[in-house]
Design a protein around this ligand. Structure first.
Ligand code: AMP
Ligand code: MG
Length: 341
């Protein structure tokens, strides 16, 4: 009798196991683009796909690095007319559209100003007004022209795709995973998260929005097939004489954006647009960001949503996230505003 019961139990366990075999998780990490990256893909070819993902990121870094001698961007910034590879041309095309659409809040030619503040080298300094004014004369994305895939920058104009590159990498990785037959995957590229499909059990991925002032979370958003990209002053900054200077520059002033926000998270089907918009809307601030969302949504395929954290502790989300975003822990009692069309 005891034996029989044992057999029944074993059978039940086996049946349970056979009905829904959990697909195996394959994970890998990589330090690239100044960022700790983590890739996880589920299923049979998950292992192969995460290895290939690392190659794709390394390839993109070699094409796009502003400091890596020999990259297409480095060569273009140093006076060469460069025949762009398909990926660089594609990314630059998307980023240029985003520069125009955001009225220059995103500007891929802001690099000389970013460098003057020391954000590329770590030799931080506050440039004087004269230096900034002179550099700003050359900040103008409309001066970037690509003809027959050849990028030939005017004297003094320099390009930095750092505000969009990780988002673009996310898109390429989702394509790559699909090519391996993977249906469930997640990549974390610093403040950029992008997910393919749902979790293996069919539920949505839960992506946290970091508390800009600490190690915890301000909120959690549930997504499938989306990029969730955060730009924040807290991600890179220096302090001098009690003032904090952060790495996101307002191209209109040459100074770190002081728009009253501590972070901007964009939720969008496109990684590259999520990345461009997280930077641009951080520059814009709450009112302009809401106006941009109202005007642009529907124009960008699938639209986008945002989560803004204000210096006053207010959290502002767009209507599309009402059912999928929740405040978290200590943040649960913060004011949550919803922007509607
Ligand atoms: P992200 O982390 O995506 O917001 O990108 C920020 C990085 O993009 C900075 O570290 C700069 O290298 C560069 N950057 C800063 N401000 C801007 C801007 N207004 N437009 C384009 N790139 C920028
Ligand atoms: Mg960005």
């Amino acid at each position: 009798m005891r034996k029989a019961l044992g057999a029944v139990l074993a059978c039940a366990l086996l049946l349970g196991g056979c009905a829904a075999p959990a697909p195996e998780a394959h994970s890998s990490t990589l330090l690239a683009m100044d960022t700790v990256m983590e890739f996880t893909a589920y299923g049979e070819r998950g292992g192969e796909s995460v290895e290939a993902a690392k190659d794709t990121v390394r390839e993109l870094e070699a094409l796009l690095s502003v400091t890596g001698e020999g990259s297409e961007i480095y060569r273009a910034n140093h006076g060469e007319a460069v025949k762009l590879s398909p990926m660089t041309a594609d990314l630059l095309g998307e980023a240029m559209e985003a520069c125009a659409s955001t009225g220059g809040a995103l500007d891929v030619t802001v690099y000389p100003v970013v460098r003057a503040w020391g954000f590329t080298t770590g030799n931080y300094q506050v440039p004087d007004q004269q230096t900034l004014s002179a550099l700003l004369e050359q900040v103008d994305y409309t001066q970037v022209q690509v003809e027959n895939a050849v990028l030939d920058l005017p004297e003094g104009v320099e390009l930095d795709l750092g505000a969009a590159a990780k988002g673009y990498a996310g898109d390429r990785l989702m394509d790559l995973f699909r090519g391996y037959g993977v249906t469930s995957a997640m990549v974390t590229l610093g403040g950029n998260v992008q997910v393919l499909g749902a979790k293996p059990d069919g539920s949505a991925w839960r992506v946290a929005v970091q508390d800009p002032a600490g190690d915890g979370y301000a909120g959690v958003v549930r997504v499938t097939d989306k990029a969730v990209v955060t730009s924040g002053g807290y991600q890179r900054y220096f302090e001098k004489d009690g003032v904090r200077y952060s790495h996101i520059i307002d191209p209109a002033t040459g100074y770190p954006a002081a728009s009253g926000l501590t972070s901007v998270t964009i939720v969008c089907g496109s990684g590259v647009w999520a990345d461009c918009l997280s930077t641009a809307l951080f520059v814009m601030g709450k009112e302009k960001a809401a106006g941009y969302w109202r005007a642009q949504n529907g124009w960008l395929e699938g639209g986008f949503d945002f989560i803004l954290l204000g210096e006053d502790g207010t959290v502002t989300i767009t209507q599309g996230l009402e059912d999928s975003f929740s405040l978290y822990g200590d943040w649960s009692d913060h004011t949550l505003e919803v922007v509607r069309p």
